[in-house]
Design a protein around this ligand. Structure first.
Ligand code: FAD
Length: 394
């Protein structure tokens, strides 16, 4: 068995599969290792759909990643024949009063500013416009909408599977069901120890998602927080038609009188599949090994009563499915992409904070450029630890 590579990618979820593919297509001899068999439902990249939008309200530095990712998703679709990105239009609803904020204060205004700066096609809607175009949403008179034409959803499991298939086609080695136990600097590169063997590589990219805090140990102790989130699928009252793509956009709703927004998707599974709607929680911390994976009936009831019934009169309280998923949060909902402080050969990439999937294709490309060329075309400087407001790790 080969044990020496140019680069090793630790973790093959959204970020790792994208990085491995981009390394392999550049001719880098790369090994990807995952403790499970991605795509799987134990980390951060499952649940059928992820919102993608181009004008990014979380910060100026994200929009170039979203724009480039859309190009790459289309390239991968052409190469594999798979459907990855569905354009449905995307609606962000907000108001001036006391309301939830999506990830950062000023999300709605930032989104609009980014759309204007980058020439992203959008419409500004008042409550009457929203009711006319999207009668499924029970908006109040003081709510306004930003509608982005090119927004839509990605199929996360298919994105990961496609990128791993392409990576292997380009010559990457993929080890599934193998757990990395330790890594260290050795002889000007990285030594990686797993439950099956020892490997050497010039560079190591650590993309371990919610397992990252455990793997980094003291290095970044306390700076990542893993949070359990729940995805719900509620059945329509009068048939699926009004909630299908084409009539119903992906949405983010900065709900009045709530601390956390809701977001959701068109019905993608036809009659009986339900409409996926979720919110966020930022109170309880967990770990991937101890998280409660099942969803209690009381959680479903609370979600329906607080954030579904008042917003969508066309949805019933019948929940056809509920799934847990994990956010790896940092202060300010930032991504962290940084050299490992004690390992010059290693880069740590934690682009989650609940909004990373849409950027993963371009981040994988950027990480591969750093490994192969020494620098990325899209500037990653804004994603250093300092940008989260944290002290540099030691
Ligand atoms: C509920 C929910 C909703 C979301 N909604 C959106 C959205 O609408 N739009 C959006 O853009 N983003 C969204 N996100 C965020 C996005 O999904 C994440 O940013 C992204 O999936 C993170 O990918 P990752 O590669 O960092 O982690 P993961 O995909 O979890 O991958 C980490 C991988 O590392 C492997 N691993 C860990 N430890 C080891 C080890 N020791 N040895 C070997 N392998 C290991 C794991 O098995 C796993 O496969 C959402 C996230 C969640 C949870």
């Amino acid at each position: 068995m080969e044990t020496s590579f140019d680069a090793i990618v630790l973790g093959l979820g959204a970020m790792g599969s994208a990085t491995l593919y981009q390394l392999a297509r550049r001719g880098v001899r790369a090994l990807g290792v995952d403790r499970f068999s991605p795509p799987h439902a134990l980390g951060s990249s499952h649940g059928d759909t992820r919102i993608t939008r181009l004008a990014i309200g979380e910060g100026e530095e994200y929009t170039p990643l979203a724009l480039r990712s859309h190009e790459i998703w289309r390239e991968i679709e052409r190469e594999t024949g798979r459907d990855l990105l569905t354009t449905t239009g995307g609606l962000v609803i907000s108001s001036a009063g006391s309301r939830a904020t999506c990830h950062v204060p000023g999300f709605f205004g930032n989104t609009l500013a980014a759309a204007t700066r980058h020439g992203i096609r959008h419409d500004l809607l008042d409550a009457r416009d929203i009711r006319r175009r999207f009668p499924q949403f029970a908006v109040s008179d003081d709510e306004v909408g930003y509608y982005e034409h090119e927004a839509g959803f990605l199929r996360p499991e298919a994105c990961i599977a496609a990128q791993l298939a392409l990576a292997e086609r380009c010559g990457a080695t993929v080890h599934r069901g193998e757990t990395v136990l330790d890594f260290a600097e050795a002889g000007g590169g990285a030594r990686v120890a797993t439950d099956r063997g020892d490997y050497r590589a010039g560079r190591l990219v650590v993309t371990a998602g919610p397992w990252l805090p455990g793997l980094l140990g003291e290095t970044w102790a306390g700076r990542f927080t893993v949070r359990r989130q729940v995805l719900f699928w509620f059945r329509e009252k009068d048939g699926v038609e009004a909630f299908q793509a084409g009539k119903f956009p992906v949405f983010i709703w900065e709900l009045s009188g709530h601390a956390q927004p809701s977001y959701g998707f068109p019905a993608v599974d036809g009659p009986g599949g339900g409409v996926k709607i979720a919110t966020e929680q930022h109170e309880e911390a967990t770990t991937p090994d101890t998280v409660r994976r099942e969803v209690a009936p009381a959680e479903i009831r609370a979600m329906f009563e607080a954030k579904v019934a008042p917003s969508f009169p066309g949805l019933s309280g019948e929940c056809v499915r509920a799934v847990t998923c994990l956010y790896t949060m940092t202060a300010g909902c930032r991504f962290v992409i940084e050299p490992h402080p004690r390992m010059p050969s290693a880069i740590v990439a934690s682009p989650c904070s609940g909004h990373g999937f849409k950027h993963s294709a371009a981040l994988g490309e950027a990480l591969a450029q750093v490994v192969a060329d020494g620098a990325s075309r899209i500037d990653l400087a804004g994603f250093g630890w300092g940008a989260t407001g944290g002290r540099a790790p030691s």
